[in-house]
Ligand binder design. Sequence first.
Ligand code: SF4
Ligand code: SF4
Length: 121
Amino acid sequence: MTPLRAIRRHCLWCANNQAQEVNLCPATRCPLNPYRSGKMPDIENPSPLGAIRKRCLDCVGGSFQDVSGCTTQSCTLHLFRFGKNPNYGEKMRTRAKALTRHPARKVPGEIAIERSKPEPR
Ligand code: SF4
Ligand code: SF4
């Protein structure tokens, strides 16, 4: 299970398993809204895990302790409620963060343009 898949399933549960209802969900204040399709949205700094963390805090009225103590294991967000992906260890997470911070990752379009420039004669 990935965070995005967990969000998609949570949204389907929320919308009584009606995919159309999920697509049309008007709850723009719900932190999961941009991720409800189960795909990474084209927004600045997307963070499905951050959205799950916020959703969990909403769910329990803002108490970090209650999120930590949540016993609803049937909830698809449960594994990710701390805002971390349990599928990865600390070493992998640090590496992934370093990769996303690399300047070349931020402007892939510019690199492609640079490479496609014709050689001067
Ligand atoms: S975005 Fe929020 S309100 Fe909308 S379907 Fe998902 S969980 Fe429910
Ligand atoms: S994991 Fe627990 S706190 Fe988070 S949304 Fe589900 S029931 Fe609420």
